[in-house]
Design a protein around this ligand. Structure first.
Ligand SMILES: CC(C)(COP(=O)(O)OP(=O)(O)OC[C@H]1O[C@@H](n2cnc3c(N)ncnc32)[C@H](O)[C@@H]1OP(=O)(O)O)[C@@H](O)C(=O)NCCC(=O)NCCS
Length: 200
């Protein structure tokens, strides 16, 4: 039987490791520039992700999707501090990771909820989970009184961009990283936004 996944706010503490693995399966290639060793990267994620800044999809008790978000009060990956990096990677590894992660960091703007990564388990992609997580984030943004939901998508991920456009996100601007392509692996990131009809 194919039961529909449930979408809920946050994950249970015993799902923390699965959450880190799921996030790494989606973003590991990008994060490996900051933390090349997979086991250490997952260890950092496991300790540094904040459940309360996420919505997750659960199927038969297994975590199959995550959408993180960032507000002025914190973010899904906000627990990845220099201290945690230093404890896990040592001083030199922490400095490297911190510098690369700072380049990828996005700042919050007043009235805007920021998406902090969306990932669906590789086996489950293409089945509508990503769309449902995005709709849940939009609903949350609306209920919390935000005027818009913003995300960034890199130029090497046109499929994700198509998905965002289908859900109703529109292009805001594209930021060039040409001079950092050798390091980051992409040369442009496009900011997209879903505008909410907030009553005056
Ligand atoms: C992007 C992602 C979250 C979408 O979740 P999903 O559950 O597959 O999405 P849905 O089933 O609701 O929608 C499928 C759409 O997602 C897009 N998509 C992006 N990457 C995909 C992938 N690896 N497999 C299947 N669809 C993908 C396709 O455009 C597809 O639309 P189409 O039917 O017009 O081809 C998921 O594919 C994923 O985790 N990708 C890797 C991480 C990533 O790229 N995150 C976004 C960074 S901005």
């Amino acid at each position: 039987m194919n039961t529909e996944e449930s979408i809920q706010r946050g994950f249970a503490d015993q799902q923390r490791h699965s959450a880190a693995e799921l996030y790494d399966a989606a973003f590991g290639a990008k994060l490996s520039i900051a933390i090349p060793n997979t086991a250490r990267r997952i260890a950092v994620l496991r300790q540094g992700i904040e459940s309360s800044f996420s919505f997750v999809a659960v199927s038969d008790g297994h975590l199959v999707g995550i959408a993180g978000f960032k507000t002025a009060h914190g973010s899904f990956t906000g627990g990845i501090t220099f201290r945690l990096l230093k404890e896990t990677l040592g001083l030199l590894g922490a400095i490297r990771a911190f510098l690369v992660l700072s380049l990828l960091e996005r700042k919050c703007v007043s009235g805007q909820l920021l998406m902090d990564g969306i990932a669906v388990s590789p086996k489950m992609r293409g089945g509508g989970i990503g769309t449902r997580l995005l709709h849940r984030l939009i609903e949350y943004a609306r209920n919390e009184g935000y005027q818009s939901l913003r995300l960034d998508v890199i130029d090497t991920n046109p499929a994700a961009r198509r998905l965002y456009e289908r859900v109703g996100f529109t292009l805001v601007r594209t930021e060039s990283f040409v001079y950092l392509k050798w390091l980051l692996g992409f040369e442009a990131a496009t900011q997209m936004q879903y505008t909410l009809n907030v009553e005056a």
